[in-house]
Design a protein. Structure first.
Length: 341
């Protein structure tokens, strides 16, 4: 397949987080054909039951190109026009997978060796695929991580701190609220105080933000709620510890807080000849913990349309990304990378 057809084929396989098996099987089969033709190897890297990463490599990888197979809900299939490919995962990150495979084919056509492709599960939720890969490193000295950066090399990425907040109350008839205790009202008060936390700012990464992502609770309009929950996420431009302490203080025993994700902010390096940017999202790079080499962050597509009903990727950027990934890999394999000041 060409890059556009491969992008659409990947988009059309639903792979919301925790249900990546089908797209993993597709990639394993596709890459097995490529490896068989050009002397590579392909492996399933087990993560959890029914969930696995896909690793393909040629020679001893000096550089590994990596991104994630999972998407956020809801799924919607692909379509295209003259300029874009549309659909869930088009830019985050199935178009990136296609561009990385296109770069691999370009490298193989030039008889290049010593590179790999690593596609992981779970990035959109907790980084479990990258964490599993971190325990099975293969000696790669450089990691090119793909996320939508409009083909600019990212010099920094914010961290993430995610919590589940649970408030408990006592059931009662809503006509007699004095006999009950509303978990929903408790939760709303806690969330208001969480929103008032002063968050860190950074000269490079900008200001930190808080998103209240989900709220659930209650049983019926005429019942005082005995349970309510919310999921919240901080995008951090600084250290997590002061914010975590502020969360505990804000909650002050009125609810239960469980920390689900704690990913540090990242400062990264540039790459000669590529424009730069700074991104506010979090990536798998911290979950790899350096085990797959020095990281770079770059990919086609705009994060501004990822996770939306308008998700799409520019065909022009896709083709540019093939060349960028191939050039970066060639430079790194040859040992010609020089730190950009």
């Amino acid at each position: 397949m060409n890059v556009f057809d491969l992008t659409r084929a990947l988009v059309d396989i639903e792979s919301v987080t925790n249900a990546e098996k089908r797209v993993g099987e597709f990639l394993f089969s596709y890459l097995s054909q490529l490896a068989q033709r050009d002397g590579g190897k392909v492996e399933r890297m087990e993560v959890e039951p029914e969930r696995f990463n896909v690793l393909a490599y040629w020679g001893e990888p000096v550089v590994t190109l990596s991104t994630h197979m999972d998407t956020v809900p809801p799924f919607f299939a692909s379509r295209d026009d003259e300029e874009h490919i549309w659909g869930r995962g088009a830019c985050d990150a199935k178009g990136i997978i296609a561009a990385m495979i296109g770069a691999a084919e370009k490298l193989l056509a030039a008889r290049a060796k010593n590179f790999g492709l690593l596609f992981v599960v779970g990035e959109e939720r907790n980084g479990v695929g990258a964490q599993a890969a971190a325990k099975k490193a293969r000696g790669s000295r450089y990691l090119i991580n793909g996320e939508p950066t409009e083909n600019k090399i990212a010099l920094g990425a914010k961290g993430a701190l995610r919590y589940q907040v649970t408030a408990r109350g006592r059931l009662a008839h809503s006509a007699y609220p004095e006999l009950g205790e509303s978990a929903i009202e408790k939760l709303l008060d806690v969330l208001q105080d969480l929103r008032a936390i002063r968050l860190p700012e950074d000269e490079l990464l900008g200001r930190s933000t808080l998103n209240i992502g989900t709220i659930t609770g209650g049983r019926a309009p005429n019942v005082i709620a005995d349970l309510a929950q919310a999921e919240i996420m901080f995008r951090l431009a600084g250290r997590a510890e002061p914010v975590a302490a502020a969360v505990e203080q804000a909650v002050a025993g009125r609810a239960e807080v469980q920390q689900k994700v704690n990913t540090p902010a990242q400062r990264l390096e540039g790459f000669s000849g590529l424009p730069t940017t700074v991104v506010s999202f979090t990536t798998d790079i911290p979950s790899f913990a350096g085990s797959w080499g020095k990281p770079f962050l770059i990919g086609p597509g705009s994060i501004n349309v990822a996770h939306t009903a308008e998700e799409r990727i520019s065909k022009r950027e896709l083709m540019e990304a093939v060349d960028i990934y191939a050039r970066m890999a060639t430079t790194l394999i040859a040992g010609e990378f020089k730190k950009v000041r």
